[in-house]
Write a protein that binds this ligand. Structure first.
Ligand code: PEP
Ligand code: MN
Length: 258
C-alpha cells in the first residue's frame, strides 16, 4: 500500500489494498480558476487525489506546454483548498528537485518511463511516484523501470497502465487490460489504470475505466475538465463533470471506493 500525504492538514490517501482510489483532474493546469473549479468538482464526486500537468510533454513544440512552476503553485493551492494531495508529471531531474516541495506525488510520464537518470533522481527524493507504462514498453521493461525507482531509495511506487501502441487506430492507444492481473502476479506494487490516455475518446473512457476495476486495478487516474471543448490539451478525452460523477457511481457499484 502506498500512502500519499500533503501534510497534517490534509487527509492521507492510500493506494492499494481493498479499496479503489480515484485520481482526477485536468490534463493540464490552465489557470488558477480552472484548477480550483475542477478540484472542487472532482472532490465532490469522490476523487481523493488531484492530477494536473504543469510541464506537459506535447508531441508538437507549438502546442501548449504548461504553466510551469506557476501552474504547480495553482494546483497546490487547489489541493489544499479541497483536502486533496496532488500528483503531477516531472520531466527532468533538475525540475524534480525544484518541484519537490510543491508536489505530493511525482508522475513519470509514459514518454519518460525509461529515462533512467530521471528515475534515479526522482527515486532519491523520498516522495511517492506514479510510474506510467511506456507506449511501447513490455511489462518486463516497465517493472525494471519501477526497479530503478526502488533501487534509488523510494518504497512508494504505483504502476499505471495507460494504453500501449498497437496497429489499431480507432482508439488513441490500446488498453492492455491483461497487464493488470499479470503485474499483480509478478510484484507487490499497486496498479492503477489511466483510461483517458488509453482510449482517447471521451465516450469510451468510462467503459475502459469499469473494465479496469473489474480486472483488479487498485484505482484510476481520469482526465476531467469543466469545459472540455475549451481545454488546452486532451479535450477530446476529458470527461464532462457529469460524466465523471456518473462514472464514480458506477465504480461504487462494482467495488468499495476510498
Ligand atoms: C498525462 O497524464 O497527462 C500524460 C501526459 O500521460 P502519458 O504520459 O500517459 O501520455
Ligand atoms: Mn493528458
Amino acid at each position: 500500500i502506498v500512502s500519499v500525504s500533503a501534510g497534517p492538514s490534509c487527509p492521507i490517501v492510500k493506494i492499494g489494498g481493498s479499496r479503489i482510489t480515484v485520481i482526477a483532474g485536468p490534463c493540464a493546469v490552465e489557470s488558477k480558476d480552472q484548477i480550483m473549479e475542477t478540484a472542487a468538482m472532482v472532490r465532490e464526486s469522490g476523487a481523493v487525489l488531484l492530477r494536473g500537468g504543469a510541464y506537459k510533454p506535447r508531441t508538437s513544440p507549438y502546442a501548449f506546454q504548461g504553466l510551469g512552476m506557476q501552474g504547480l503553485e495553482f494546483m497546490k493551492a487547489a489541493g489544499e483548498a479541497n483536502g486533496m494531495p496532488i500528483v503531477t508529471e516531472v520531466v527532468s531531474p533538475e525540475l524534480a528537485v525544484q518541484m519537490k516541495d510543491l508536489t505530493d506525488m511525482f508522475q513519470i510520464g509514459a514518454r519518460n518511463m525509461q529515462n533512467f537518470e530521471l528515475l534515479k533522481k526522482v527515486g532519491s527524493l523520498g516522495k511517492p511516484v506514479l510510474l506510467k507504462r511506456g507506449p511501447s514498453a513490455t511489462i518486463e521493461e516497465w517493472l525494471m523501470a519501477a526497479e530503478y525507482l526502488l533501487a534509488s531509495g523510494t518504497k512508494d511506487v504505483v504502476l499505471c497502465e495507460r494504453g500501449i501502441r498497437t496497429f489499431e487506430t480507432y482508439t488513441r492507444n490500446t488498453l492492455d487490460i491483461s497487464a493488470i492481473p499479470v503485474v499483480k502476479g509478478l510484484c507487490h506494487l499497486p496498479v492503477i489504470v489511466d483510461p483517458s490516455h488509453a482510449v482517447g475518446i471521451r465516450a469510451k473512457v468510462s467503459s475502459a475505466a469499469l473494465a479496469a476495476i473489474a480486472a483488479g486495478a487498485d484505482g484510476l487516474t481520469v482526465e476531467v475538465h469543466p469545459r472540455p471543448d475549451e481545454a488546452l490539451s486532451d479535450g477530446p478525452q476529458s470527461l464532462y463533470p457529469e460524466q465523471f460523477e456518473k462514472l464514480m457511481r458506477d465504480i461504487e457499484a462494482l467495488a468499495p471506493v476510498v
